[in-house]
Ligand binder design. Structure first.
Ligand SMILES: NC(=O)c1ccc[n+]([C@@H]2O[C@H](COP(=O)([O-])OP(=O)(O)OC[C@H]3O[C@@H](n4cnc5c(N)ncnc54)[C@H](OP(=O)(O)O)[C@@H]3O)[C@@H](O)[C@H]2O)c1
Length: 364
């Protein structure tokens, strides 16, 4: 095995935490010697021991009192620069420095940490081995751009309609597409919608995928509504586990929520159109340590987000039907900004789910 194939394996390990590390990062780690894997670990859920610590622990368990000998001269391959500061757990750097590693191979540098020079000063060879991957997009986006990564999930017809005019129909796409969409909720720190969707559909906006719910350490992502209208406390949005946010122009409207434990009411500045300023909203959400947002809104809010270039990725499910004048288009703004037309977006995935099409567009 080569060093880079260990990095690929470490990335596979990192992926195991993708639905459970909420507000944290996916990290995988492999410890090897003479091209043989001796131990491995990944960051399993928010607050759990870090990947490097779990990999070292796996060697302690396997080799008992000989573990120091085994670790001495070995290579630690980790997908993200080891932490050098105290977080929920002590710095991994301190633990790594105890065991005479020969080499540390890092998949991505972490601008919030400073381990590389300290490892080198300790005589450890440090290599950077970047393998393109999509893990931790929100984390890096937050660090570099001081705002969360925004995915929009939209179910539409062939003629790009997403919202029925009459309130007598609900689903556009098939059950399997809707189940696939659950995965993106679980990948996110916050599911965000507008008051129009809350009033019309009364959605739960939670994760209901049985396999994901069984994962150790899984927690429901937070949910947020952007609204200036009054809301009933009996809405499904407010039921079940998970933090709930009301992002509004005036907190006073929501006095009836002040005693609800898991509900936070946060005021956001208005823009020139007297609507909630979405850039200010994203700044506020960034301050809540949210890295990944899933936007699941109707045409009004989706249009505002697209008009202001605030969406980084579109997950689009298209059902093989035309809704014509029975429904509204997903986007009512300058059509050159639509992901279907904009040069700023690239179609990176196209697949079928039963008779539906699934498209993923990413900002380039
Ligand atoms: N097919 C899909 O993927 C999908 C997904 C979600 C929803 N939908 C459908 O969409 C329909 C609802 O759509 P909608 O357009 O009425 O609701 P929406 O886009 O979910 O919410 C719009 C509301 O958000 C609030 N808002 C606050 N700040 C805003 C801003 N800067 N820009 C825009 N809106 C802002 C406004 O309410 P305030 O006046 O209270 O501030 C506005 O009326 C429903 O029929 C639902 O079924 C479809």
């Amino acid at each position: 095995m080569t060093d880079s194939s260990f990095m690929l394996e470490a990335l596979e390990l990192a992926k195991k935490g993708q639905f459970t590390v909420q507000n944290g990062v996916c990290v995988g780690c492999i410890i090897s010697k003479d091209k043989e894997i001796l131990g491995q670990g990944w960051y399993e859920y928010y607050g759990a021991p870090h990947a490097e610590i779990r990999a070292i622990e796996s060697i302690k368990e396997k080799y008992k009192e000989n573990f120091k000998e085994v670790l001495s001269g070995s290579t630690l391959t980790v997908t993200l620069e080891p932490c050098s500061t105290f977080g929920k757990t002590p710095p991994c750097l301190d633990e790594i420095l105890k065991y005479n590693f020969k080499k540390v191979i890092i998949g991505a540098l972490d601008p919030s940490q400073s381990s590389v020079e300290k490892l080198k000063s300790a005589g450890i060879e440090v290599l950077l081995e970047e393998v393109p991957n999509d893990l931790n997009k929100g984390f890096f986006n937050s660090l570099l751009h001081k705002r969360p990564y925004v995915r929009a999930k939209i179910a539409m017809s062939e003629d790009q309609k997403t919202s029925f005019i009459k309130n007598d129909q609900q689903w556009i796409t098939c059950k399997e597409s809707r189940e696939d969409g659950q995965k993106y909720r679980a990948l996110s720190d916050l599911i965000l919608t507008g008051s129009g969707t809350i009033e019309r559909d009364d959605p739960f906006l939670n994760v209901r995928d049985e396999e994901i719910l069984k994962l150790k350490g899984f927690q429901q992502p937070a949910r947020g509504i952007i609204t200036s209208s009054k809301l009933e406390t009996s809405l499904n949005f407010f039921s079940g586990q998970g933090k709930k946010y009301i992002f509004c122009k005036d907190q006073n409207i929501f006095k009836n929520f002040q005693k609800e434990e898991e509900v936070s009411i946060l005021e956001i500045k208005n823009n020139d159109d007297n609507k909630i300023d979405l850039k200010e909203l994203l700044k506020k959400i960034h301050s809540l340590k949210v890295n990944d947002i899933l936007l699941e809104s109707g045409p009004t809010l989706t249009t505002s987000f697209i008009n202001q270039d605030l969406i980084d990725e579109f997950i689009i499910y298209i059902a093989p039907k035309m809704l014509s004048n029975t429904a509204l288009s997903f986007f009512d703004g300058d059509q050159s900004k639509s992901p279907f037309n904009s040069k700023q977006f690239q179609l990176i995935e196209e697949s079928k789910i039963k008779d539906d099409k699934k498209l993923i567009f990413k900002r380039i």
